[in-house]
Design a protein around this ligand. Structure first.
Ligand SMILES: NC(=O)c1ccc[n+]([C@@H]2O[C@H](COP(=O)([O-])OP(=O)(O)OC[C@H]3O[C@@H](n4cnc5c(N)ncnc54)[C@H](O)[C@@H]3O)[C@@H](O)[C@H]2O)c1
Ligand SMILES: [Fe+2]
Length: 384
């Protein structure tokens, strides 16, 4: 079967990229933007960096921000009603994965109203029409939601996060401007950066990985190892490196899938509202160990990309190179202040539900090692 790669129609990268929005919108004769963002981004003046560009160019817009992090079905449904009332003809999503994913779900349902319940979009959604024209402007350097064909919505009634996979939802234009990320506090920079590393590692070892996505993931791992610590210190070079790295990881994993780190992180977001990047970062090292024997030479390449001395030397055993890769990931997580376990997050009484939920997650089948509910339960337990 042929391998498929879906990417944005156009993407802009680098400082000042937000200014390109005005030019693109005018060229396409779009009339009114539905700016999909979250309340904190309005409070901290991040959304304003985009609305200033629109105002300066005399372009009309309507702001929608009635959402929370780990967005819910209700957030999406309110957004659909707001879009219909707004008279907008396109979406500009400004935010982290939460705002961009909400924008994706709104844009899909507006053009495919038979999915208005939102839940029926879970998994590979058989939509017929492309989403409303969307420009996505990430403000975190992690999810790469601006270039992926996925979005993740929380079903509060069932305490589940569900993943929707649909090439119709990829934003048409991505604006990846490190200035939009400069206001991220240290802990958010660290968590979202570790999410990007998780995408790159899981995407690299997933069952569907192939030459072209391997190229993207290895480059992303190298850039993250080089730039995440500096981004956490809010240094411009680190911010630029992470903006690019997370996007490159997104170009890859969006097209091949992930694995059990994400499958096990999603229930933590749904049940305890754990930030997505924190959940991934805590789980990643121990699940790398769990998967190690099913990854061929790939951990050696990860170790090399992360700068582990001697890992690329053929005299270094595969076992040692694998341990080196895991240790490098663990060290990076420690250096950027990520907690080391799930103590105080996961409760013993929830383990059965969490394990069943992770097993049912759309990311689980991509894991290189086949797993089971019982094994997933033990993997959670080992961290509490
Ligand atoms: N679509 C995808 O492919 C994909 C991939 C991975 C994760 N996700 C989903 O994305 C969501 C997580 O997104 P996220 O990690 O980007 O965080 P987020 O969007 O949930 O944002 C977290 C918090 O950080 C704040 N914030 C964001 N940018 C900021 C900035 N520049 N300055 C100050 N504060 C800022 C937000 O206002 C919010 O309060 C989860 O729901 C996750 O499941 C989606
Ligand atoms: Fe993620």
């Amino acid at each position: 079967m042929a391998s498929r790669i879906v990417l944005n129609r156009i993407s802009f990268h680098g400082k000042g990229a937000v200014a390109e929005i005005a030019h693109e919108v005018k060229g396409l004769f779009l009339k009114k933007a539905f700016v999909c963002t979250d309340p904190d981004l309005i409070k901290y003046g991040v959304t304003q960096k985009v609305t200033d560009v629109l105002e300066k160019a005399g372009l009309a817009y309507h702001i929608f921000s009635d959402m929370k992090a780990n967005p819910t079905i209700e957030n999406v449904q309110k957004g659909i009603a707001a879009f219909k009332e707004s008279g907008a003809d396109y979406i500009i999503s400004v935010g982290g994965g939460s705002a961009i994913d909400t924008g994706k779900a709104i844009g899909i349902i507006i053009n495919n109203p038979e999915f208005a319940d939102v839940r029926s979009l879970e998994g590979v959604a058989p939509t017929k029409n492309k989403a409303v024209f969307t420009i996505a402007v990430p403000t975190t350097a992690g999810t790469a939601a601006e270039v992926t064909i996925n979005y993740v919505i929380t079903d509060t009634e069932k305490s589940r996060k569900f993943v929707c996979v649909d090439a119709h939802d990829i934003p048409d234009i991505a604006i990846v401007d490190p200035d939009m990320m400069a206001s991220m506090p240290k802990n958010l920079t660290a968590a979202t950066g570790m999410d990007a590393l998780t995408h790159a590692i899981e995407g690299y070892i997933t069952k569907g990985a192939w030459e072209m996505t391997d190229m993207m993931h290895l480059r992303a791992i190298e850039l993250i190892a080089r730039h995440l610590r500096s981004a956490v210190q809010n240094e411009p070079e680190g911010r630029e490196g992470m903006a690019l790295a997370q996007y490159i990881a997104g170009m890859g994993f969006s097209n091949v899938g992930l694995g059990i780190v994400h499958a096990m992180a999603h229930p933590l977001g749904a049940v305890y509202d754990t930030p997505h990047g924190v959940a991934n970062a805590i789980l990643l090292p121990s699940l790398m160990k769990y998967n190690a024997a099913y990854t061929g030479e790939k951990y050696r390449n990860i170790a090399v990309a992360m700068g582990v001395p001697g890992a690329g030397n053929e005299k270094t055993s595969l076992k040692k190179a694998r341990l080196g890769a895991v240790a490098a990931v663990e060290q990076l997580a420690v250096d950027v202040g990520i907690p080391q376990n799930l103590k105080g997050i996961v409760m013993e009484k929830d383990l059965d539900f969490l394990a069943e939920s992770a097993f049912a997650d759309a990311c689980r089948p991509g894991n290189p090692r086949d797993t089971s509910v019982a094994e997933i339960k033990e993997l959670y337990r080992a961290l509490i």
